[in-house]
Structure formats: structure tokens, C-alpha cells
Design a protein around this ligand. Sequence first.
Ligand code: KPL
Length: 330
Amino acid sequence: MGEAAILGGGAIGMLLGAKLALSGCAVQLWTRTEEQARLIREKGVRLASLEEDGEISVPMRAFSFAEAPAPFSGILLVCLKQTAITDELLRELDRKLAKDAGLVLFQNGIGHAERFAAALEGRRIAAAVTTEAALRTGESSVRHTGRGETWLGLWPGAAAGADSSAGGANGGAGGQASPAGEDLPRRAAEMLKKAGFSVHLSNSIRDRMFKKLLINAVINPLTALWRIRNGDLPGSPERLAVMEALHRETFGILRLHGFEADWRELWEELLRVCEKTACNRSSMLQDVLGGRATEIDALNGAVCRLAREAGAGAPWNEAVTALVKAIPTP
Ligand code: KPL
């Protein structure tokens, strides 16, 4: 599987596509609309990178999802929002992907990997957690706004284990044979590293996803409800108290599902993320301001489901889920 395709022409999709194309990877971009695909075919993806001033135009093969060539048997990087993952999309993917295709899922939140695995029987699946920051500045343009880290791990992963940045996890590195398909994270990691991203392989990708969930389940709903930037979140004792209550409850629920971590360390990390992304509007705030559906069901809604499965309560998560769902659409 030498070829890569990106599903989703949002900020992360265009960023990955442009940087992969620049590194010489044979990559195609699958967009939701034919209009975006045509624009990109004609003008390329315009990338404002962190390395150079101004924008460069990166030529790219682009297709609307409906027109994407099939069967596809390379690595598909799925960069859609959780809200775009419908049963109809999964059925269409099942028709388009050859049995030896591999998928790498880049979504925030949880619940999606199980859905892809159930709908796309036999295909190799890896989950990715990334802190790369990008802003879609137009239909065919993207700005890379912050360098981040990306973790990749086979789904469903093995029992909890250590992460590695060298290529040992999930990948049969060091010349060891790996069962068919287990090299997907390693191959995807090599491709992304060649494109300039900092990538780690993870033997416990579910824990990485939980860690990111713990950040998104606090920052995203609260910034969306209060309509403030990430840096303003811990800016008053009242807001800090709500953040802490939501964080403690979420942490406790994830622990009931085998998540092992130190609460204080993760609380401090949450405050660091608010500081590092101080000027950002969270993705949920952007969705609310743009009148789009939010990812609340895959974040706090999913935490409520995990609580119910464990026979526990989740009053803070229930409350923010209900409040975000009740935000009037403009
Ligand atoms: O991932 C994010 C998001 O907005 O979805 C954070 C880390 C909160 C940065 O804005």
C-alpha cells in the first residue's frame, strides 16, 4: 500500500495533505463537496507553513468523496470531525476501500474507532492523537499555527504498554516479523515523519485518547458555553472551580475504565494547554459560532456513557452536555 489519501478537507486534512505531497508522497485528498475538490485540483492547497513566510501552492489530486477512485488500497487518513461520521459514510467507505486498505483515525473524543472497526470488517485500523494546530483560512487554504506531537497506535491496541518515538511499538521494529496489518502504525508514522511531523508509536493508544479526552472534555464545552478563548478559561476563581470539578469527575470515570494516570499531573497539563493555546478559540466554540453541530456527543456525552457502563454518576458531564446541546443555533 504505497498510496495515501486524506478524507476531509478541513484544517488538519489540508495540512497533512499538503505536507505529505511536499515530501514526495503520492497523496490524494477526498473532500465533502465537488466544489472544494475542483478548487484544489485547479489551484492546489495553499499552505502557510511555520517554516516560510507567505503561502505556497501545493498541487494535489483532489476528489469529492462521492467521486473518489475505488477500490482504494493504500493508507486512508481520516480527518473528519466526529459529527461527519454517519452510518451512510461508513457504508460508502466499506464500498470504496479494498480489504487490504488501512485507516488512521484522527478524531477528537472517543467512540469512533469502535464504529469504524464494526463497519469496515477486515480493514486495519490505527488511531491517532495529535496536537498539531492548524487553521482553515479558506476553501483551499490552511495555516499551520503550531507544531505539535502525534501518537499512533493499532486499534484495538494491545494491553497497556509504553509509547516509543523510535518505532518499537505496534510495528515489529528491529527486524521482528509482525502479524499481517500490525505494521500500519509504523508505516503511517514513517510517512508522516518524512513530511516533517513529530510522531510517536503507542502501545496504549486508548490511554492517549483518554488523556486528550480529558483536556477536550473540559476546555471545549466550557469555552463554548462562556464564549471565551482558551487562555481566559482559568481566569477567575469561579471558572477555575468549574474546570476542576469537571476535570475531577471525568478523571474518576476514566479510571473506572482502566485509565492509569496521576490526577495532579493531568490537571497541570490542562492548565498548560490553556496557556499554550491561550489565543485559540476551541473547536467547539468555533462550531457554536459557525452554527455547526458540535462534537459534544463524542466528548462529554461519551464520558456520560462510560459512567453509565460503570454504574457511576456523571452530573457535571451530564450538565455540560445538556447545556451545549441547548445552545440556540443562529
Ligand atoms: O483540541 C483542542 C480543540 O479546540 O479541539 C484544544 C486542545 C482545546 C485546543 O483548542
